[in-house]
Design a protein around this ligand. Structure first.
Ligand SMILES: [Zn+2]
Length: 153
């Protein structure tokens, strides 16, 4: 980000932390700071922050890192549990949805005549069973597998 004085403020920060690899650039910034009150103030601010950081006491309990690591492991375990739950409960639901969706497609795409024949001659359960057989021949099954792979990948 360019500052009002025309220098990029990243340059000033990099200079402060000694991260300017190019000596000519570093010299340029050093000279600029002596002439630019704004950038000089920024350097002073950075110095204050660095001094402030030094005075912050890091008072972790002796096994602080251990506790931290355990916390991370707990979180990971919770994540796995969530994945297991997904497999147990959501996936079957998706399978049902797959069937439901395929049937919807069948109803929409299927001929009305077929529907009336089924409706008049067979029970609801038998109708579903026979439509399920028809599903095997539908291209839509392949497409659903594709979507399922996308979801599971
Ligand atoms: Zn400046």
């Amino acid at each position: 980000m360019k500052k009002a004085c025309g220098i990029n403020s990243d340059l000033v920060i990099d200079y402060f932390y000694g991260e300017l690899k190019d000596p000519a650039k570093a010299a340029f910034v050093a000279e600029h700071i002596t002439a630019c009150p704004e950038c000089a103030a920024e350097i002073k601010e950075l110095e204050n922050v660095r001094e402030g950081m030094k005075s912050i006491e890091v008072d972790l309990p002796e096994d602080g890192w251990n506790m931290h690591a355990q916390g991370v492991m707990r979180k990971l375990r919770r994540k796995y549990t969530a994945a297991d739950r997904f497999n147990e409960h959501i996936r079957p639901f998706f399978e049902m949805k797959k069937i439901g969706f395929a049937m919807l497609v069948l109803v929409v795409a299927g001929a009305g005549i077929q529907f009336y024949n089924y409706r008049n001659n067979v029970t609801k359960e038998r109708e579903i069973a026979e439509q399920m057989e028809l599903l095997d021949n539908l291209e839509i099954i392949e497409r659903i597998d594709f979507y399922e792979k996308m979801i599971n990948s």
